[in-house]
Structure formats: C-alpha cells, structure tokens
Design a protein around this ligand. Structure first.
Ligand SMILES: [Fe+2]
Length: 422
C-alpha cells in the first residue's frame, strides 16, 4: 500500500539485509528473559516483534512468490499474526507475554530461514516482479517495529525495581533558550505525499487544504516549562483539560509525565540509558494528547493541526535529526540555527489536534494488506515528525503516525501553535 522507488534486485536485497540486521542488533542487547516480558496489553515482547515482522515477509512476500510455498511452522501463523482478519485467527494481543515457547533463539532460527528464502526470492526476477512492492512495505513495517521494540522495552525495564539499563549515551547538555515563533500566511496549500519515494497509503492522496494564518513554536516544550505547568497546578485544574483527559488524569492519579518519579522532592526520569534527575533543558516526552492539550491551554496556545505541521515542515530544509542512529534513545535539547523550526524530524513525535481520518479520495488496497492502516481510522490522533527511537530513513514531512489520545508510552512531545484555526 505504498508507492515505492527502489525495485532493482541488488538495491532491494541490500536494503533487506540492512533493515533485518538492524532489528537483530537492537534485540542483541537484551537477554532471552528480557525479550519475553509483556508489561501491559499495548506493549509486545521483543521476541514477538522479531517473529511478527518475519511472519509479515513470510505471509505477504514468500507465499505469493514461492512455487511450492509451505509455512515454516503452521502455529506461527496463529502466534505472530498481529491484526490481519483476512489471514485468519490469531493469538490474543494482551497474552503475547505468555508465549515462552518458541524462545528467543528459536525466533532467531525462524528469522534466518525466512531471510534465506527471501534472498532467493529477491534474486529471482519472476518472484521479484510479484513481490517488490510488498517487500518495500515489509521493510518499512519492520522499521516501525524497530521503534516499537524500543518503546516497549523502555516500558518493560521501567517496571523492574532495579531499573536496568538498555543502552545509549546521555544526551549532550544544551541550552535551548526561549521559544521563537515562525509565522505562516496559510491560504490554499497541498499536503500528502508527493514524488517517487515510499509512502504508506494513509499519506495519500495529495490534496488541498485551506489554512488560516498561523504560528508555530520553533522548538518543543521543555521539561523545565513542564515543571512550571505542574507547579501551577496543571494536573489539578479541570478547566485546562478535555473531559476525557480529566477522567484519565484523575482516574490514574497522574502528577507528571510517564517515567517521572518524585523522590524527596526531586523528579527523576527513567530513560533507556538509566534513571537521572529531570533535565530542564531537554524536551518533555511521554505525555498523552490530553496532557499536551492541557499544557497548551495553560500556556494560552493550542496544538498544531496536521496540515499546519506538514505545510511548515515541507518548507524547512532537511537537516540532521536526533533519530535512533544517534544512539541517545532520548530527545536532545533544541539546537540549530535561529529562524528554523528545530526538532521537527526527531527527538519527540508531536501531537496534533487532528483526528486520524482518511484523506479525501483515500482508498485502502485490496486484500489483507488493505488492513494495514485504513481500519484504524477511528478514535486516534495524528502525530507528526519522528523521535529518538525512529530508525533513520523512516521520517518524512508527510508521515502520519497515530495513537489513542491517552497513549503515553510512545516518545511523544509538544510543539505549540497559535493563531489561525483555534
Ligand atoms: Fe506489524
């Protein structure tokens, strides 16, 4: 369900090896026991991610490409199907943590067998003609799961009283300074993917949107600013909150972002590279849409719409971004030239006020792969940009990430907007 650029066998084969081996490098930092834990219904065990992305290639690329196709294990189709109704029944998502067998090593063998068969299919012109498009989707799908693997293991390790370290280096010290604002005239603009590069179906078709004049903050909200919101009763003032958000925040007794803990009056933050006192210069992360919205109300601003965000991002030069390849696995303080929109394609996913809906003229693909994006267009909010857990090459201006408004375990942050469509 996407458009794709590179279908030459050598280029696709090389990308296949790169993406597949990166998953294994991320998982290699974890023991088999780490890889088995499911810490809540939304998260999946590392081992499950490794097997599921392999099942995706087996189901959608090998099955149509191989003349005498047989599944590696019949049971794996039940265990590692995520949500594809058209492919058949599947193991319940909240129960993925009970799959102690196959073990992490056996999942490694499954990956190796599928990789061997995939390399043969990628070298066979006839097979490649049938599968190049779906292989490209499979690679982008695996990159999505690389980010999920990191998001999920962060949650798993956060619940261990020993607070084990995954990996990564502490973000460099920074002084982000005050917020600057960039002005946009708005008017009739176009958003949605354009060009030959890969895009998921939900980024299409490109279409027109009307924007009133608006302004965007040139950096993300910092931890220091978030602490001012907390100190001013941000979590105790219902007038700042959406009704559903207030129910969330009071029901769960929240006092701060996910992964923040107060000890003797000091707030600490759990990260993938350890637990440290909250650094006021770093962007706040792991806040829900509800929290982001309440903060914006407190600040007398609002969140951007996804069309505003994309229009502004499409005008910015693509510079270096803090994605997973910096190996901080945590947002950095804003830096970069004045007058640019900083932290766009990395650091934290940015909540928008836009509900995740089909673009005008959206069509899901025929068959099971049509279930990839379209069927989730209900009850979720769009996030834009990318984060410090996003693999390089997986962030672009038209990319539409989406989560329910209460989700906090993705690496989510806040960019404020003002003016226009308030
Ligand atoms: Fe998936």
């Amino acid at each position: 369900m996407g458009t794709h650029g590179e279908t030459r066998p050598d280029a696709l084969g090389r990308r296949y090896d790169e993406v597949r081996s990166y998953t294994e490098r991320l998982a290699a930092k974890l023991s088999p026991e780490d890889q088995t834990v499911q810490s809540m219904p939304d998260t999946s065990p590392t081992k499950w991610h490794r097997a599921h992305v392999t099942w995706f290639f087996e189901t959608f690329a090998l099955a149509p490409a191989e003349r005498d196709f047989a599944p590696y294990q019949d049971d794996y189709w039940f265990l590692f199907n995520s949500y594809y109704e058209a492919v058949g029944p599947r193991h319940a998502r909240p129960m993925r943590g009970v799959i102690s067998r196959p073990g992490a090593d056996e999942v490694g063998r499954y990956r190796a067998v599928v990789d061997k068969r995939m390399r043969e299919a990628l070298a066979d012109e006839e097979a490649l003609a049938k599968t190049a498009g779906i292989v490209e989707i499979g690679l982008h799908h695996e990159q999505q799961h690389q980010e999920l693997l990191l998001m999920d293991i962060k949650h798993v390790l956060s619940l261990n009283p020993l607070r084990p370290v995954y990996d990564g280096v502490r973000p460099p010290r920074g002084a982000p300074g005050g917020v600057g604002w960039k002005e946009y005239e708005g008017g009739l603009v176009e958003i949605g993917h354009e060009g030959d590069g890969f895009a998921f179906d939900n980024e299409l078709p490109r279409h027109r949107q009307w924007l009133e004049p608006y302004r965007l903050a040139d950096r993300l909200v910092t931890n220091g600013e978030w602490q001012e919101f907390m100190a001013d009763g941000g979590y105790r003032r219902p007038e700042l909150w959406l009704s559903d958000g207030w129910a969330h925040v009071t029901g769960e007794g929240r006092r701060g972002p996910l992964y923040w803990t107060e000890v003797d009056g000091t707030w600490y933050e759990h990260t993938l590279h350890g637990t440290f006192p909250v650094d006021p210069d770093l962007p706040v992360c792991h806040v829900s849409h509800y929290e982001a919205n309440a903060y914006a109300s407190w600040a007398g601003k609002r969140l951007p719409t996804e069309a505003e965000w994309e229009h502004a991002a499409s005008l910015e030069p693509v510079g270096p971004a803090n994605l997973a390849d910096t190996e901080s696995f945590h947002p950095h303080a804003a830096s970069g030239p004045d007058g640019s929109l900083r932290q766009l394609f990395g650091d934290c996913w940015e909540w928008t006020t836009s509900a995740y809906l089909p673009y005008p003229g959206f069509r899901a693909a025929e068959g099971a792969i049509g279930e990839y994006n379209g069927k989730f267009m209900s009850g979720q909010m769009v996030l834009r940009g990318g984060c410090a857990l996003t693999p390089p090459g997986h962030a672009r201006a038209s990319y539409r990430n989406f989560f329910p408004a209460g989700a906090r375990w993705p690496m989510t942050g806040v960019r404020l907007a003002d003016g226009g469509a308030s």
